[in-house]
Design a protein. Structure first.
Length: 319
């Protein structure tokens, strides 16, 4: 009896173990339901800036600010227009005529044309242009004459010393010792410090805009030559001066046209080469500004000295 009970207990245990194992192995498996993937929100397309016409922009820029209105840059447009308005007011004020060229509307206009041409090309992402033009900002050009990194270059300080030496030699041998464009510290239309405004404005226009514009249509050498000839021709007006409220020719105006204008054109060619070599206006602006500063300073010192009766000290650079 005990033996039979033992066999029944053992068999029930085995049957239960197999049933449990069968139950575990045959139990259905459950997996978490897969959630549908959330689609990514579409990114906003990057719209290209509308292409702008460079010729139209620079033509408008002869009225400072209008070129940048066309480009949609109202901040720059307002700055240029405000500066031009301020300079015009100073030029029309007789009490501030000696400072007029520091804020000359001509130089603001020159810079406005260059800035419009530069910014329209940037707006167009430089597509369709083959010549790499300078892209210097107003701040870059303002501080260029005082940056050691610019002045230490041999082509800048060497070019400045060489051009002043050549101009002095030509002035000494071809002009009368006391002949110069009248300019004094007492009643001057051009102060020496105006050179920095003139250097910035003229280089921005003739090298920054005109040379780059021409280089798109001819070789760089031809562009430098042509823009330099235009630069020289733009100085023909220096043969005129105002005396007793009348416009008259300066002394030795024939010599100025014969020798001075070709020299200025040659100097313009050198500054054009500087711009092309560095793809920057900073070097030519520095050279131009300090060259004009030396000329205006020599003329300012020469005039009162000559009036004091010391003509041998009345020599000045005439162009």
């Amino acid at each position: 009896m005990k033996l039979l009970y033992t066999l029944l207990l053992t068999s029930s245990f085995l049957i239960g173990e197999e049933t449990e194992e069968l139950h575990l192995t045959s139990a259905p498996s459950f997996t978490a339901p897969s959630l549908p993937a959330i689609p990514e929100s579409p990114k906003a397309p990057l719209l290209a800036k509308p292409h702008r016409n460079s010729f139209f922009a620079t033509t408008l820029a002869f009225i400072p600010g209008l070129g940048h209105v066309y480009l949609g840059d109202l901040k720059t447009a307002g700055t240029l227009f405000g500066s031009a308005t301020l300079s015009s007011g100073l030029e029309n004020n007789k009490n501030t005529n000696t400072y007029s060229l520091l804020f000359s509307s001509q130089n603001i206009t020159f810079y406005s044309v260059y800035a419009a041409y530069r910014d329209v090309r940037i707006n167009n992402e430089q597509r369709g242009y083959r010549y790499t033009m300078p892209t210097d900002s107003f701040q870059d050009l303002t501080f260029a004459p005082f940056r050691w990194s610019v002045l230490k270059k041999p082509e800048v300080w060497g070019g400045l010393l060489g051009s002043l030496a050549a101009a002095s030699a030509v002035s000494y041998f071809l002009f009368e010792p006391d002949s110069h464009i009248a300019c004094s510290t007492k009643n001057s239309t051009i102060l020496p410090f105006a050179a920095f405004s003139i250097g910035l404005g003229e280089e921005a226009f003739f090298r920054g805009y005109l040379q780059s514009f021409l280089a798109e249509r001819m070789s760089p050498a031809a562009a430098i030559t042509t823009s330099s000839l235009v630069f020289g021709a733009a100085h023909i007006g220096n043969i005129l001066t105002v005396e007793n409220d009348q416009v008259v020719l300066v002394e030795n105006w024939r010599e100025y046209l014969t020798y001075g204008i070709p020299f200025i054109s040659t100097l313009g060619g050198y500054m054009g080469w500087l711009t092309h070599k560095n793809r920057s206006l900073q070097q030519s602006v520095a050279l131009h500004a300090w060259y004009d500063f030396a000329i205006f300073l020599s003329q300012a010192v020469a005039t009162p000295t000559a009036m004091a009766g010391s003509p041998r000290f009345a020599y000045s650079i005439s162009f």
